[in-house]
Design a protein around this ligand. Structure first.
Ligand code: ATP
Ligand code: MG
Length: 269
């Protein structure tokens, strides 16, 4: 066990079987995220990013290899409520208010230890939705719904936040504003964040490290250290250092296509 690492993936492989055909989604993927670090995964569509996040979240088992979260298996981490997860689609219960959606995990958790959890009301405040406690999901914009989903992911006080394209469905301006909010929430809640995104600018703006993945089967082909100072601000989108890091990440992503194997071109129809 590595005490400084929050997430450690070692030689993780995931192979799916689809209508008799084998699809290798993740190949020998290894990486580590330190406690409190913000790490992003970028890679071409279909390369295996969501599959990797689902293995970290104990939604899917790896075919081979190991994943550790805070020194335990993903299954143990799920039982201990070590991580919260946010998907591209916020999946709120439509008949529940924003406050009751955030509170939902508290109602279904076993071994309730109320003091170790956060107040749904405080979390709605943290995500900038004070005054909307009683709103129903249809009365909220896409960005507001996603904020509710982030608050819900934090209610059990996780040490790790797993984010799969959380703002993918939103327009660019809303997305960048929410990104800055996400950074504030991340630093205030002192979690480790693992973010999957298609957007290189988003990854560079938010992260301590950006891991560039190859086309399927996914592996990490470049680990870019993002040396921009914190707190990050939207002005940084105009800085030369930001452009240089974008260029470095983009070059790695394009180079990654050389890693594509013959299995990539077969697809599944
Ligand atoms: N449950 C499943 N059964 C079979 N194949 C799957 C399953 N889930 C994913 N795959 C396949 O694994 C590969 C990787 O999918 P994944 O959803 O991880 O990609 P992704 O990198 O998240 O893509 P995107 O950026 O478009 O969200 C794809 O070829 C997909 O068809
Ligand atoms: Mg995905």
């Amino acid at each position: 066990m590595n005490v400084d690492s929050s997430i450690v993936a070692k030689d993780v492989v995931k192979t799916f079987y689809l209508r008799g055909q084998q699809v290798e989604a993740v190949a020998q993927m290894s990486f580590a995220a330190a406690k409190g670090e913000f790490v992003s995964l970028v890679g071409p569509s279909g390369c295996g990013k969501s599959t990797l996040l689902k293995m970290v979240a104990d939604i899917l088992p790896p075919t081979r290899g190991t994943i550790e979260i805070d020194g335990g298996t993903p299954h143990e981490a799920r039982r201990r409520r070590t991580f919260g997860m946010v998907f591209q689609d916020p999946v709120l219960l439509p008949w529940r208010t924003a406050l009751d959606n955030v509170a939902l995990p508290l109602e279904i958790v076993e071994n309730r230890k109320p003091n170790s959890y956060k107040s749904p009301r405080d979390l709605l405040h943290l995500v900038g939705l004070n005054g909307f406690e009683k709103a129903l999901p249809w009365q909220l914009s896409g960005g507001m719904k996603q904020r509710v989903a982030i608050a819900r992911a934090l209610v059990l006080n996780p040490t790790v936040l797993l984010l799969d394209e959380p703002f993918g469905a939103l327009d660019e301006i809303t997305r960048q504003r929410l990104n800055i909010d996400l950074l504030r929430i991340w630093s205030e809640s002192r979690t480790t964040a693992l973010l999957v995104t298609h957007s290189i600018s988003e990854a560079v703006l938010l992260s301590d490290r950006v891991l560039v993945m190859s086309p399927r089967p996914a592996r990490v082909i470049k680990d870019v250290a993002i040396t921009l100072p914190r707190p990050r601000t939207l002005d940084m989108l105009q800085h030369k250092d930001f452009f240089d890091l974008m260029a470095e990440t983009t070059a790695a992503l394009y180079q990654s296509f050389e890693w594509a194997t013959a299995s990539d071109t077969q697809g599944v129809s």
